[in-house]
Design a protein around this ligand. Structure first.
Ligand code: C5P
Length: 235
C-alpha cells in the first residue's frame, strides 16, 4: 500500500482541452496545454492516491498507465462528461482541470464545408455544452454519493470593473464545489507556460472546517501549484 495524505483515496483528474468537431477536418478548440492537469495527477500519485486521469487534447503526451494510475483519453465535451460521470461515483476527490468547451457546433457537417461561389460568409451555429462540474455537484446532492471534495478551476482575465478574485468567488458559489482554483490568464500568461499563479478559494462551509478563510496563493511552477491544490484538498 502507498503512503501519503491521499493513501487509499481515489482521485479523478481531468486535463487538457476539448475539441468540438465542425466537419471531418475542422474543430473548435482552446489553448489548454494539459500541463496543469498532468501535474495534478502526478501530485495526487505522489500523495499516495489511486488516480484516474481523463485526458482531453494536450500539448504534452498523456502518461502511460502505471501502478495506481489509469488513463482514459477523450476528445469532445460530451465524451468528457460521460467519462467523468462513470468515474465520479466511486471517487473521493475530483480535480476538474480540463478546459471544457462551453459551446459546440450545433450541427456536424458530414462532408467538408466548402467556400460558397457567391462569396457569402458561412455562419456557425453554436449550442451550449453541459456544465460537467456543476452537473457532478448536483448529482452528488441528489444521490447522496460522489466525490467528497470537488475542485473546480477558473481561468479569468478580469477587466476594468471586475477583480478576478471576485469573479472566482462568484463562480465558486455558482458551481457549488468545495474548492476553486483561480488562474489569472492572458494571451501569454498561463496557457502552455510552465509557470503559473493561482489562488485556491474554499467554499464557506470548507472555510469553517479548515478554520481559515484566506485563499491560498501560489506563484511558481505548475508542479508547485498542483502540490498546493492536492494538499488543500487532502486537508
Ligand atoms: O464556467 P467556467 O468554464 O469558467 O468554469 C470552469 C470550471 O468548470 C472548470 O473546472 C471546468 O473544468 C468546468 N467546466 C465544466 N463543464 C463546462 C465548462 C466548464 O465542467 N461545460
Amino acid at each position: 500500500p502507498s503512503e501519503g495524505p491521499l493513501s487509499g483515496r481515489r482521485v479523478v483528474v481531468t486535463a487538457g482541452g476539448t475539441r468540438e468537431p465542425l466537419d471531418p477536418v475542422r474543430y473548435l478548440g482552446n489553448r489548454s496545454s494539459g500541463k496543469q492537469g498532468l501535474a495534478l495527477a502526478e501530485a495526487a500519485l505522489a500523495a499516495g492516491a489511486q488516480v484516474h486521469l481523463i485526458a482531453g487534447v494536450m500539448d504534452v503526451p498523456a502518461p502511460a498507465a502505471q501502478d495506481r494510475l489509469t488513463v482514459e483519453t477523450v476528445e469532445t465535451a460530451e465524451e468528457l462528461h460521460a467519462a467523468v460521470e462513470s468515474a465520479a461515483a466511486a471517487a473521493d476527490l475530483l480535480l476538474m482541470a480540463a478546459a471544457v468547451a462551453d459551446f459546440r457546433p450545433a450541427d456536424y457537417a458530414e462532408a467538408k464545408i466548402k467556400k460558397t461561389d457567391d462569396g457569402t460568409d458561412p455562419v456557425i451555429h453554436l449550442q451550449r455544452n453541459p456544465d460537467i462540474l456543476a452537473t457532478t455537484v448536483r448529482r452528488r446532492a441528489e444521490r447522496g454519493t460522489g466525490p467528497t471534495v470537488i475542485v473546480g478551476f477558473a481561468a479569468e482575465t478580469g477587466d476594468a470593473e471586475n477583480d478576478p478574485l471576485d469573479l472566482a468567488q462568484a463562480k465558486l458559489l455558482r458551481k457549488g464545489c468545495e474548492l476553486l482554483v483561480l488562474n489569472r490568464v492572458g494571451r501569454n500568461l498561463v496557457f502552455g507556460q510552465d509557470d503559473t499563479e493561482i489562488h485556491i478559494l474554499a467554499s464557506f462551509g470548507v472555510q469553517g472546517l479548515l478554520g481559515d478563510a484566506d485563499p491560498v496563493h501560489v506563484v511558481g511552477t505548475k508542479q508547485e501549484a498542483a502540490q498546493a491544490v492536492v494538499d488543500r484538498a487532502a486537508q
